[in-house]
Design a protein around this ligand. Structure first.
Ligand SMILES: CC(C)(COP(=O)(O)OP(=O)(O)OC[C@H]1O[C@@H](n2cnc3c(N)ncnc32)[C@H](O)[C@@H]1OP(=O)(O)O)[C@@H](O)C(=O)NCCC(=O)NCCS
Length: 180
């Protein structure tokens, strides 16, 4: 089950990355400590780290995932952020990040809705889910606006090295296809 390399929404084009995107990935979000605060990696110090990330993304598209799209603005192809889908049997897990200057305009909600719509449109996918740090209010709100339900608090679930050396609690959100 491989997703399409391009997903389009009203304002956005989600597209599979290539190595030439490294400078923009680095400049837009990967080096920003505010963006990476509740993510599992430390801010990139050099564009070579962003290129390594993209190399893994390209390899993963040729394999079993996770499948990473760059989020670009349809009108001018400007890179805004990133979103990925991690297939796990009948489940798909989502992850995402957006350049700080683009926060608060509904961009990620639009991108998340598009990936959920694609995923739940697949007969074999029944559950789309995501976790976010319990202190990441903006991310929790995105998942709620995209129609996910908060299922509970996962204790010590996520390692977010930029805020703590210990694993942190996360909210678990999901949208499940009606089956019965
Ligand atoms: C989380 C993130 C992707 C949100 O993207 P975005 O495009 O700004 O999100 P949207 O504009 O679609 O929606 C944000 C919502 O959160 C709300 N919000 C913002 N900061 C908030 C906070 N601290 N607490 C609660 N809600 C908050 C906004 O008001 C908005 O809700 P509203 O439309 O009801 O007003 C972006 O902030 C980001 O990239 N953060 C860093 C990376 C990250 O944390 N990724 C998620 C890891 S789980």
């Amino acid at each position: 089950m491989k997703p399409p390399p391009i997903l389009e929404t009203e304002h956005l084009r989600l597209r599979a990355p290539d190595l030439e995107d490294a400078e923009e990935v680095f400049a837009t979000y990967a080096r920003d400590p505010e963006v990476t605060r509740y993510l599992s990696f430390r801010p990139h110090q050099h564009v070579a780290q962003s290129r390594d990330f993209l190399r893994r993304c390209v390899a993963n598209w040729a394999a079993e995932g996770p499948y990473t799209w760059l989020i670009t603005r349809r009108e001018d192809d400007r890179l805004l952020g990133v979103i990925d889908a991690r297939p796990q049997g009948h489940r798909v897990e989502l992850g995402y990040a957006l350049g700080r200057e683009h926060w608060g305009r509904g961009i990620m909600t639009e991108a998340v809705r598009a990936v959920i719509a694609w995923a739940l449109g697949q007969p074999e996918i029944h559950r789309v889910w995501a976790v976010c740090d319990v202190d990441n209010g903006a991310s929790a709100r995105v998942l709620e606006k995209a129609g996910m339900e908060r299922e509970g608090r996962l204790r010590g679930w996520s390692f977010h090295p930029n805020v703590s050396a210990l694993p942190r609690d996360s909210w678990c959100y999901a949208r499940v296809k009606e089956t019965a």
